[in-house]
Design a protein around this ligand. Structure first.
Ligand SMILES: Cc1cc2nc3c(=O)[nH]c(=O)nc-3n(C[C@H](O)[C@H](O)[C@H](O)COP(=O)(O)OP(=O)(O)OC[C@H]3O[C@@H](n4cnc5c(N)ncnc54)[C@H](O)[C@@H]3O)c2cc1C
Length: 289
């Protein structure tokens, strides 16, 4: 029987290397019954369990409407290193899904700006693919089909360290079907011809056109990046209550019991990981709060 607090088995169907230290894994839940019962929304995460090693919280990077359940994992410590050594056909444990997910009801009839840094694009890919799979969503993005900008606007701003660190790089051409897409890197790579922007993601504003009062922002990335982006967004006139941020904290139980992921008075695992900026204003960027 499916109980999201107990790990169930999932087999790796395929692995795609994204960057030097990050790969996307597609999983097949081995029990038919659990597979049928398992449901998630974009922005939720699973606890991935490697027997004898431990568990790590990892966002779901696929959309609910996708064929495969995927996770995009950067090697950080024990669990993620052990996962990086697995192969197609290997099995690990999954508990979940946990967390609240992105508030999709907020983006109906509103412009959506997705802002991601590094591996922070993983939980946002779930929203991106959800929108791409949704036939009721507007298309005709600037420069793609007839130079029209979609309404409501759909925008992606993505920053990574170098071109080689761009995650889902091969998928960006498809994202352009529904999104105005802006990529920037901190540093170009001498070994590779890079036609995109160089510089901080905060320098990308001038290229985008959006109505701040009608815009909802979904953001995930390093906290310093998110702090400066929030400041700029608010200066541009985006209301703080329309800015949603996915937060990463050291996590243990994933269910609001152990208190490992306290974030001020809130649990990241249960009340988050997605928070309305105005609800966490005082805590962003403060470690071990
Ligand atoms: C809601 C949520 C969603 C997440 N989604 C994703 C995702 O989609 N993809 C993803 O890649 N990550 C994601 N993370 C982050 C992931 O959970 C952490 O990176 C997790 O700690 C990895 O577990 P681990 O056992 O591999 O690393 P840990 O052993 O927990 O190590 C984590 C950190 O500690 C450092 N560290 C580890 N061992 C040592 C040591 N001996 N000395 C010094 N430093 C050390 C590592 O360098 C790393 O920075 C998410 C986190 C949360 C809370």
């Amino acid at each position: 029987m499916y109980d999201k607090s107990i790990p169930f088995e999932a087999k790796i169907r395929w692995i795609k290397k994204e960057t030097r230290d990050t790969a996307t894994y597609a999983f097949k839940i081995t029990s038919r019954e659990i597979e049928r019962a398992y449901r998630f929304i974009p922005g939720q995460f699973n606890m991935l369990y490697m027997p004898g090693i431990g568990e790590a919280a990892i966002s779901i990077s696929s959309a609910p409407s996708d064929h495969d359940l995927t996770h995009t994992i950067r090697v950080a410590g024990d669990v993620t290193t052990a996962i990086s050594r697995l192969d197609t056909g290997d099995v690990l444990g999954i508990r979940g899904p946990f967390g609240n997910g992105w508030p999709l009801e907020e983006i109906e009839e509103r412009d959506l700006m997705i802002i991601a840094g590094g591996v922070g694009i993983a939980p946002l890919r779930s929203v991106i693919r959800h929108i791409l799979n949704d036939r009721t969503e507007p298309r005709h993005v600037k420069g793609v089909r007839g130079g029209k900008i979609s309404s409501p606007a759909r925008i992606i701003l993505y920053g990574s360290k170098t071109p080689k660190d761009i995650i889902f790089r091969d998928e960006f051409p498809r994202y352009r079907d529904a999104f105005q897409t802006f990529l920037t890197v901190d540093k170009a790579d001498p070994e590779e011809y890079w036609r995109g922007d160089i510089g901080l993601i905060t320098g990308m504003w001038n290229k985008t056109s959006f109505n701040p009062l009608n815009t909802v922002v979904f953001m995930c990335g390093p906290e310093v990046m998110m702090q400066s982006m929030v400041k700029e967004l608010i200066l541009k006139g985006v209301p703080g209550e329309k800015i949603f941020i996915s937060i990463e904290r050291n996590m243990n139980c994933g269910m609001g019991i152990c208190g490992h992921c306290f974030f001020g008075p809130k649990f990241v695992c249960k009340d988050g990981p997605v928070f309305r900026f105005t609800d966490i204003e005082g805590f962003l960027g403060i470690k071990e709060i």
